[in-house]
Design a protein around this ligand. Structure first.
Ligand SMILES: [Ca+2]
Length: 209
């Protein structure tokens, strides 16, 4: 075995030894303004403000919404996506492009609101209809006066995937609030490419000697 081959072999062994840590690595799937610090816009009017890069939906009832300044009560710096007013099922969604088909995507968000019921959903086909049967919803979580994280994982089926954050309010005084939404994808592909690359170098060296 040449010196380079030995070096490559040692590198491969090291990679295999550290495989559990390496495969646990995740990468940001490209969700924008997940922390709601990036501003908002009227969707469709001043009573219904939505975080930039997100779109709003109402499935039933009536809600008002805003990107609300909560200061230190926000989960991350100061702003949250906020729903209140009557009884409603409302939420927001965002489609992320350049997904890898069959890769597992994990969407997550922090939720707050006593007695509010929350869900997080993923449409692995990239659709934007919250009523579609394609949306893979989490089980419901009832909010409290503190921040709780919920998540959902699904395998992408097209070149884009949509994250939905949904809340149902049936009474009470609490607002439905979201902060620090995220979408990540595990990256074993990088590791596999490295091993394949190392094997290719080894084979080339063997042929050369
Ligand atoms: Ca925030």
């Amino acid at each position: 075995m040449s010196k380079l081959s030995k070096t490559v072999f040692v590198a491969m062994v090291l990679v295999l030894v550290f495989t559990p840590a390496a495969t646990a690595a995740v990468t940001d799937a490209g969700l924008a303004n997940g922390n709601f610090e990036g501003g908002g816009y009227n969707d469709p009017d001043g009573d219904h403000r939505t975080g930039d890069s997100w779109s709003q939906f109402t499935l039933s009832g009536y809600s008002k919404s805003d990107v609300t300044w909560l200061g230190g009560a926000a989960h991350s710096p100061v702003y949250v996506q906020d729903f209140w007013e009557g009884t409603f099922t409302s939420g927001i969604y965002q489609t992320v492009a350049n997904t890898h088909i069959n890769s597992l995507y994990t969407g997550s968000t922090w939720i707050k609101g006593s007695g509010i019921t929350f869900w997080i959903g993923l449409d692995p086909t990239g659709g934007t209809n919250p009523s579609s049967a394609n949306v893979d919803w989490s089980s419901s979580s009832v909010g409290t006066s503190g921040w709780t994280q919920i998540s959902k994982q699904t395998a992408a089926q097209s070149s884009s995937i949509t994250l939905f954050l949904k809340a149902t309010k049936t009474g009470g005084a609490a607002n439905a609030q979201f902060d620090d939404a995220a979408m990540v994808v595990p990256e074993p592909a990088t590791l596999s490419l490295f091993i394949l690359g190392s094997l290719a170098i080894l084979r080339r060296r063997r042929h050369a000697t």
